[in-house]
Each structure stands twice: as C-alpha cells, then as structure tokens.
Design a binder for this molecule. Structure first.
Ligand code: ZN
Length: 92
C-alpha cells in the first residue's frame, strides 16, 4: 500500500511533494568532518490525507496535507555524529 502511494505521488506530482520541498529547504553541515551532502534525517509528521476507496475496496490516496512536521534527529552518514550537525537555513 505504501509503495503504491509513493508511485502515485511521483506520477502525478500531487500535494505530497510539498512536504519534500519543505524538508529540502534546510541544508545541513557536519562540523566534525565537513560533510554537506549525506545525512540520516528522522522526521515526525502529522498529515491529513484524502483516502479514496473503490467499491471493490482498493485504496487510492489522492492528496496529503502536512499539518505538522518535526525533524527529530540528523546524523552524519560519514562519521555517524549527530551532535556536530549545523543547520544552514534559506539556501537552495
Ligand atoms: Zn560527519
């Protein structure tokens, strides 16, 4: 079910891309090793979705609105540190 949702999302470019955009607006830098490209990011989200069931019971999620989004943890893929991560705001 989850995979189908992701596929639908990419094909149609619907609302779920908004949540991806808001995450990508913030960049990170690891002060320990200088990494600026690879991180493990743990995000908690509260979303409201439009579930559209067919008569046969197949589910299609047609849109998703992010009500709340919190970045819980960012850790560096290179050195594994999460305490030396610096946020870089507002850069593309
Ligand atoms: Zn690092």
């Amino acid at each position: 079910m989850k995979l189908k949702y992701v596929a639908d999302c990419r094909q149609k470019g619907i609302a779920c891309s908004a949540s991806l955009d808001s995450v990508s607006m913030t960049r990170y830098r690891c002060k320990a090793c200088g990494n600026v490209t690879r991180f493990d990011v743990t995000v908690s989200k509260k979303t409201k979705s439009f579930y559209h069931f067919s008569i046969g019971g197949d589910l299609r999620i047609e849109s998703e609105e992010v009500l709340e989004e919190t970045v819980d943890e960012v850790s560096c893929r290179w050195c594994g540190h999460s305490k030396s991560i610096e946020r870089i705001e507002g850069l593309e």
